[in-house]
Design a protein around this ligand. Structure first.
Ligand code: DAH
Length: 342
């Protein structure tokens, strides 16, 4: 086989092989086999030494032309492969922007917030204004103006966190009564929700931080019947028309007379069950007629005005409402618990 034939057959082989090559790796293989240092066309060039000198220019030119053709063939296939690989990559990495995506996880209102919302709805519906007071409170408002002078035994019932000698974390929301009464004239009709603090050990029914809602009404001719009527309406709006209140005599320094208030058990509607320990009643708040001494200390003339007040524990309402057995669940932030209120 002479050189010319060898070149023709080589180019033919390249052409045929390239038809089956579909990726850049395969292409590089063919290129090396033809044009590499040990390639077949390179070998032909090397063999020029055996060609008679007079034939060398012609044969050299043929080999060079063949080389250019081979390069052109490889380039053309290379372009085809590049286009194909790009198309494949585009197809593989295609993103379907019309696919539905899961939205961000929805949170839920905390049970205390849910209950507070309901309770505030009821009271604002009855014309109460919602006010707030500071959690870091003066001894003056937390105790003294609530008719608990220094060394008064009632202070012992509230294990107090002291910030300083005369500054405490409020042990109840009642100091807001004093803050409002010292700055406003009757008629006063407010509720005040908020956090309160007591140096209590944590257990299923106690927490050093919990929530109360204080209520205060002051005006002319405000009587205990108004207190009873207001709390009955509150209980019925919250739990239904068959619910009533029961007043039991009690003592608070800031009210006189004072009453512990029970509501018909909403779990058994008064029949007696596990929740109410068979009594049909649930104790939910403290209340009474604002002690005339408190009115006078706040600059409201007790011979002209009277008032009633009450304090509700929001944890207690939430636990009854949602049948929660352990108060700690309300503070641990466990999403398995909290997501149930969605
Ligand atoms: N401050 C009381 C407490 O924390 C609750 C309370 C009782 C508030 C009677 C009142 C009230 O306004 O009249 O235990």
């Amino acid at each position: 086989m002479n050189v010319q034939e060898a070149i023709v057959s080589l180019l033919q082989t390249v052409q045929e092989e390239l038809q089956h090559i579909a990726d850049s790796q395969g292409l590089e293989g063919v290129r090396l086999r033809m044009l590499g240092k040990k390639g077949e066309l390179t070998a032909l060039l090397r063999a020029m030494g055996q060609v008679p000198p007079e034939d060398r220019p012609a044969i050299g030119q043929m080999i060079n032309e063949a080389r250019e053709k081979a390069v052109a063939l490889l380039d053309a296939r290379g372009q085809w492969i590049a286009a194909r690989e790009r198309a494949l990559a585009l197809a593989n990495e295609r993103i379907d922007v019309t696919q539905p995506v899961p939205g961000p996880g929805l949170g839920a209102l905390h049970p205390i917030s849910l209950v507070l919302g309901e309770v505030l709805d009821v009271f604002t519906g009855m014309g109460f204004e919602v006010v707030e007071g500071p959690e870091v409170e003066l001894d003056l408002f937390n105790f003294e103006m609530m008719n608990m002078p220094p060394n008064h035994p009632a202070r012992d019932a509230q294990d107090t966190f002291y910030i300083e000698d005369k500054i405490v974390l409020r042990t109840h929301t009642s100091p807001v009564q004093a803050r409002i009464m010292t700055t406003r004239k009757p008629p006063i009709r407010i509720v005040c929700p908020g956090r309160v603090y007591r140096a209590d050990e944590v257990d299923a029914t106690h927490s050093p931080v919990f929530h109360q809602l204080e209520g205060l009404v002051v005006g002319e001719d405000v009587t205990m019947a108004d207190l009873k009527g207001t709390l009955d309406a509150f209980a019925q709006r919250l739990y239904g028309p068959d619910i009533t209140t029961r007043f039991r005599p009690s003592f608070f320094p800031f009210t006189e007379p004072s009453a512990e208030v029970d509501l018909t058990c909403s779990a058994c509607r008064g029949k007696g069950c596990r929740v109410c320990k068979g009594t049909g009643w649930i104790e939910v708040l403290g209340s009474g007629m604002v002690n005339p001494r408190v009115l006078d200390m706040c600059g409201i003339a007790s011979d002209r005005y009277s008032g009633f007040a009450f304090g509700v524990g929001l944890e207690r309402i939430a636990m009854l409402r949602y049948d929660i057995q352990d108060m700690r669940l309300l503070y641990e932030g466990d999403v398995r618990f909290l997501s149930q209120f969605r």
